[in-house]
Ligand binder design. Structure first.
Ligand SMILES: Cc1ncc(COP(=O)(O)O)c(C=O)c1O
Length: 490
């Protein structure tokens, strides 16, 4: 049954409370803004601060909802097609923790892509699960990890029939989607759940020109960063689930475990409003964003030295469909690294990218953009390309990738949790063969970890890391970012 999606039950209850002019003897201590220091108070009108309210009967309790929060969650479930939806104020990070804790406990195997966001590794550490890593496909020209293929998932399931579930990241940060429906069918044939990190997909449902959203492809639990792409405030996410393969009470318990008992009502109200906005205007707003992004892509591809990948990549391994609103501009043709282009755009053109990596810069086009911003972006890129056309030798990086396969994940000796909480010490990296790693080591591109906590370090991996360092590739993760030493289990 379609509910009345024009309603915003949580915001309405909050507004009523404020209008009732109650004397608040409750948290937060700033008492609806009256006690807030002017340094911040001057920037936030009392009208806004008055909405910073606390758990009470008429405003409902996120952890035991039966009033306006329950109504807001039911509306979200109705819109997205879930059996149940949950407001999350600890980012998709919190949602992912809860998803993993729902399907896997200590010692349970869970199949996850190797290029997992740190929240996935965090969830695995919290749960004590054993990750079975699968490799995403890599596009060497772009230096980017793409999706995992159905074949890769199928092979992992055959090798690990005792896995308790599969986690898929879809779409990637760069908007690349794999054949999710086929993957979900394969996993469900083994009678285990699929949980999807859909941090970059809360808008997918609202345009036929976007990849299929995970719930529609049959996923069992999905976490979406409502704050990243659509109108909610930073930190806001939605978790949706389907009954059948997961225990819903356990998901609720895990969401309680990873979230504050004092969730911010303004954040939750922003989720309520973002849902209403999508329900009432979503198609129009998202179609417009897709049009703008397509226009930007077309114009950027006319600029010598720049490349903005698009539909020509469809059909490549791990690329089944793509979200055009993620505009990835490859700048290596200008002889620039992504971080250099990022700095130029910020300081010479007052344009801030979403992120940069070695070859690329990423721009998000959302419902908040118009022709004006896109025109400014294209003009800045055109000017940057005209003034910074140089050459740089990226062959060292290219050679490493084309020479050999990206190394397979090493042997998982103990769980990431045991590696993290065990006694650890720093040893010279060159002497670390045979030891158990206690941290993550990732090189960019393409951002796939080479070592994760609990894995056996081999001489082959040490040599490979040295080759990547010699090629001047960016390293992320280890405490000693020069990798002269590495943290190992003592
Ligand atoms: C793929 C992916 N998953 C999860 C997250 C975590 O989301 P949040 O920042 O909302 O906690 C991110 C954040 O960038 C992400 O890119």
């Amino acid at each position: 049954m379609m509910l009345d999606q024009t309603q915003v039950p949580l915001l309405a209850a909050m507004k009523k409370y404020v209008h009732d002019d109650v004397i608040p003897f409750h948290t937060p201590g700033h008492k609806m803004g009256k006690g807030m220091h002017r340094v911040l108070g001057d920037l936030m009108p009392l009208q806004t601060l008055a909405l910073d309210l606390a758990l009470m009967a008429e405003l409902d309790d996120l952890h035991e909802p039966h009033g306006p929060i329950k109504a807001a969650q039911d509306l979200a479930a109705d819109l997205y097609g879930a059996d149940h939806s949950y407001l999350v104020v600890n980012g998709t990070t919190g949602g992912i923790y809860a998803m993993i804790l729902t399907i896997a406990g200590p010692g349970d195997k869970i199949i996850v892509p190797r290029n997992a966001h740190r929240s996935i590794i965090g969830g695995i550490i919290l749960s004590g699960a054993i990750p079975v890593f699968i490799q995403p496909e890599v596009d060497n020209d772009l230096g980017l990890a793409m999706g995992v293929t159905p074949e890769t998932v199928s092979a992992a399931l055959k090798q690990h029939p005792d896995a308790k579930g599969v986690l898929i990241i879809n779409p990637t940060y760069y908007g690349v989607a794999t054949n999710l429906k086929e993957i979900i069918d394969i996993v469900h044939a083994c009678n285990i759940p699929v949980v999807v990190d859909e941090a970059h997909g809360p808008h997918l449902k609202f345009s036929d020109r976007l990849p299929i959203q995970a719930l529609d492809a049959g996923a069992d639990i999905v976490a979406q960063s409502t704050h990243k792409i659509i109108g909610a405030l930073t930190q806001c996410s939605l978790v949706h689930c389907r009954e059948g393969r997961i225990r819903v009470p356990r998901l609720k318990a895990m969401l309680q475990l990873v979230q504050s008992t004092s969730p911010n009502y303004i954040l939750m109200a922003s989720l309520d409003v973002a849902r209403m906005q999508m329900a009432t205007q979503g198609r129009e707003l998202i179609e417009k964003a897709v049009d703008l992004a397509n226009k930007a892509r077309q114009e950027i591809n006319k600029i010598p030295g720049l490349y903005c990948f698009g539909e020509e990549k469809l059909g490549n391994p791990g690329v089944c469909s793509m979200d055009p609103t993620k505009v990835t501009v490859t700048v290596k043709g200008l002889g620039l690294k992504g971080a250099e282009a990022e700095r130029i755009l910020r300081h010479q053109y007052k344009i801030q990218v979403e992120l940069s990596d070695v070859y690329n810069i990423l721009f998000l086009i959302t419902l908040g953009d118009s022709e004006r911003e896109v025109d400014a972006l294209v003009a800045a890129l055109r000017d940057m390309a005209a003034t910074h056309h140089g050459t740089r030798d990226f062959s060292a990086i290219r050679e490493i990738y084309t020479a050999g396969k990206y190394p397979e994940p090493p042997e998982q000796v103990i769980s990431p949790r045991d590696a993290l909480f065990g006694n650890t010490c720093m040893v010279p990296f060159t002497d670390a063969a045979g030891m158990i790693c206690a941290e993550i080591v990732t090189f960019y591109p393409p951002g796939i970890p080479i070592l994760c906590p609990g894995e056996r370090i081999t001489q082959e991996i040490i040599d490979y890391c040295h080759a990547l360092q010699n090629a001047d590739m960016h390293i992320s993760g280890p405490e000693d970012y020069l990798l002269k030493t590495i943290k190992v289990v003592d």
